[in-house]
Design a protein around this ligand. Sequence first.
Ligand code: NAD
Length: 303
Amino acid sequence: MKVLVCDSISPRAVERMRKACLEVDVQDKITPEELLQVIGNYDAMVVRSRTKVRKPVIDAAKKLKVVVRGGVGVDNIDVDYAQAKGVKIMNTPGASTHSVAELTIAYLFALARPIVQATASMREGQWEKAKFEGIEIQGKVLGIIGMGRIGLAVANRAAALGMIVLGYDSRTVGPAPFMQMVELDELIAKADFISLHIPLTESSHHLINAEMIGKMKDKVRIVDCARGGVIDEEALYEAIRAGKVAGAALDVFENEPLSDRKLFELPQVIGSPHIGASTHEATSRIGDEVADILIAVNQEGCS
Ligand code: NAD
């Protein structure tokens, strides 16, 4: 079986697949144009979030049997179209849970205490002690929208830090001692911090818009380590400028790589280039799971 690895995975995973007699080509900087040229030669593709597997790629992939997404969200793949063409889509849903939950916790602290802004000021040789007063997270209400794997992992950690955790999910989530499930309106009205952990779907697109922000507490702080597009970035920009939102931490954006830098002109905004799952541990777990999947697919094909 010929495998094209389009986004980086651990060398150990590549090694394991090769030992299992898979023919693996790693082209982790491949451009969309180059992908269209070569994909017809491959039976399997490995992608993370960078490579888009849209209709033209699927049409050009005459031999393709499986796409493995190393990670959770499959919004970079036209899943229905691929499946209609007989291409299986698989992912590694649990491999990045701890990494994304820890980044979220880091952002909760960084929104409470302006360590990012203070570091920038120190680099400029300043000593602006009075400017950088923060707040404690202990005793504050954290509202988590999306109580799946990552939402629950964040809830567990935040409760251990003394936060009062309210959760909302569109499906029924069983009770847990460290949080209370509530309706969205209640969460929005009560939360000092709001963290998003839902996929981008038709129903979640711009869920956090001007109207929703209007119902939030004054000086709310918002974290998005889930998916760009869940927040209406223009509405967020205006709400920060108006002083309604005290800070936002964004790992994901409606258009990636980010081209419109407007949000980052605001000192209240901190962020990262979609690195939620970018830890040594998650990369190695993702690689192991990708290798397990493709070795199993290859064995099924041989038996
Ligand atoms: P999950 O499927 O376990 O949980 C998602 C939860 O959201 C589910 O419980 C679902 O019922 C709920 N949900 C879906 N739509 C909703 C809506 N409109 N309102 C309320 N709840 C809704 O997924 P997960 O593994 O916890 O991942 C959560 C998000 O994190 C996904 O969007 C995923 O793509 C993203 N993610 C980001 C990174 C990153 O690098 N920043 C890495 C991994 C995952």
